[in-house]
Design a binder for this molecule. Structure first.
Ligand SMILES: [Zn+2]
Length: 105
């Protein structure tokens, strides 16, 4: 397999164990900070997209995670969930900042 570049967010050195398959797709899932790359049909494509820093996957992943954390007023909506939400929003902000720095809109 091709080498995986370190995570752009947390610097974690990824290994083969960070490449995840299910029945339909492959993706790279950082063990360091939990961010993930885009879903692709093959392991090779998932690795290439991770290494190319394709951002659609990161934004989609963040949006999906945020959607799961909607505060529905249930008492189980805990402090921990609020922390998770803040971390995701921070990740989104960092990503935008990173892209702006690279001249990407
Ligand atoms: Zn990471």
């Amino acid at each position: 397999m091709s080498e995986l570049l370190p995570c752009p967010f947390c610097g974690y050195e990824l290994t083969e164990a960070d490449i995840q398959p299910d029945e339909q797709s492959w993706w790279v899932d950082c063990s360091g900070c939990d961010c993930r790359g885009p879903d692709r049909e093959t392991m090779q494509e998932a690795i290439e997209d991770w290494n190319e820093r394709r951002t659609d996957g990161f934004f989609n992943w963040i949006d999906g995670e945020l959607a799961k954390l909607k505060d529905d007023g249930h008492p189980d909506y805990s402090v921990r969930t609020a922390h998770r939400r803040a971390a995701l929003l921070d990740c989104q902000k960092q990503l935008r900042k990173l892209l702006n720095g690279m001249g990407v809109q």
